[in-house]
Design a protein around this ligand. Structure first.
Ligand code: ATP
Ligand code: MG
Length: 362
């Protein structure tokens, strides 16, 4: 047996990076979450070659003080957590103090930031985990982070990446999830200088859903809302005739975070039992809001999975809300495009030609 040794920080950071940063989409998610935690009202994401060459996220959030820039890219350094106690009521998207250090370890990163009370900004370059000096720069209030040549120093990870087009698909999905979770924030996404999305702040989540998936999809969704104690559930589910062959259009958000939860996915399929053929999945855009101490978000490095204090009760709430909704909703009338009410439908959702035209307008 070889002797036991403490690993150098750079190795520790590379191991951590392996957990959190799997592909360009992971970088986009982490940078967007930081911007949202910073209170940004506008967030611009630009990507080149599916994120393999460049990922740039610009926000108008609170910014970082010049003397704290090196700390921002240091592992286990965070402004969002002070004590172990805080772990049990996390109200921000980030809390591990790991993301920027992980990204900086496996890329060429440029961090530029300015707080509103400062007359100028400051910038810091980090190449493969090596910090350069902090130098003054002119920039708007907020933060800009550029990540170039992701995994340039971890060739094995780089070889696992797919084509720019496939990686861009994952980037778009990460962007979509956060944009759906935060409809009041202005988001843009560009790929290779081409605008893909320009999402003005929306009062209601439905406008965002329409932007991503088309007005004809949004118009058929069924709205629901319920409250059980401090847990509020709201959102939209699909009409049975909108079902899909996979569960990719099932979105679940918890306190502004997109999560995956097998139990709640099961509640959803239970609610549709008898309404859908086997192998078909309903659409869902469900938003859960609850006090942070009712859920443990510290169970998964990318925070995709969480642990509810009382998962059984949330399962019942979702299933019960859907069942009640379906009992009081006429699910048959919309199945027939020639239904009597479609003539008055101004959205054109039941008129394929009009729907096609609207898709083109989106
Ligand atoms: N866009 C930003 N605007 C303002 N501050 C930021 C921004 N991005 C990062 N920071 C600061 O840098 C710190 C480190 O960010 P990092 O993403 O590494 O960790 P975190 O968000 O605290 O936790 P996690 O690892 O869970 O994401 C943050 O706690 C925050 O103070
Ligand atoms: Mg973070």
């Amino acid at each position: 047996m070889a002797v036991i040794q403490q690993l150098p920080a750079s190795v520790v950071n590379k191991i951590a990076a392996g957990e959190v940063i799997e592909r360009p989409a992971s970088v986009v998610k982490e940078l967007m979450e930081n911007a949202l935690d910073a209170g940004a009202t506008r967030l611009d994401v630009a990507v080149e070659q599916g994120g393999l060459e460049l990922i740039r996220v610009v926000d108008d959030g609170c910014g970082i003080a010049a003397d704290e820039l090196p700390l921002a890219v240091t592992s286990h350094a965070t402004s969002k957590l002070r004590s172990a106690d805080d772990l049990f009521h996390v109200s921000t998207l980030g809390f591990r103090g790991e993301a920027l250090a992980s990204i900086a370890e496996v890329s060429r990163l440029m961090l530029r930031s300015r707080q509103s009370e400062q007359s100028a900004g400051a910038e810091l370059e980090v190449v493969g985990g090596q910090l350069g000096p902090v130098s003054p720069c002119g920039c708007a209030v907020g933060t800009t982070i550029e990540v170039r040549q992701l995994f340039y120093n971890t060739p094995v990870r780089r070889r696992f990446l797919r084509s720019a087009q496939t990686e861009m698909g994952h980037v778009t999905e990460a962007f979509t999830r956060l944009a759906l979770a935060h409809p009041r924030v202005h988001f843009t996404l560009r790929h290779n200088q081409r605008p893909l999305y320009e999402l003005a702040p929306a009062e209601a989540g439905l406008a965002r859903i329409a932007h991503f998936f088309g007005r004809e999809v949004a118009d058929e969704l069924i709205w629901l809302e319920s409250r059980d104690g401090e847990v509020r559930l709201s959102g939209f589910v699909g009409h049975p005739n909108q079902s899909r062959p996979n569960a990719r259009m099932q979105y679940l958000f918890l306190n502004g975070r997109s999560i995956r939860d097998r139990s709640l996915a099961h509640a959803l399929s239970e609610a549709y039992r008898g309404l859908l053929l086997t192998g078909r999945y309903p659409l869902a855009f469900l938003y859960l809001h609850m006090p942070p101490d009712l859920v443990d978000v510290n169970v998964h490095p990318t925070k995709l999975e969480v642990r509810f204090q009382d998962g059984g009760r949330i399962y019942s709430q979702l299933l019960g809300t859907l069942r009640t909704k379906f009992l009081t909703t006429d699910l048959t009338h919309r199945l027939s495009p020639a239904g009597a009410d479609t003539a008055h439908d101004p959205s054109g959702a039941h008129d394929p030609a009009r729907a096609e035209q609207m898709r083109g307008e989106l």
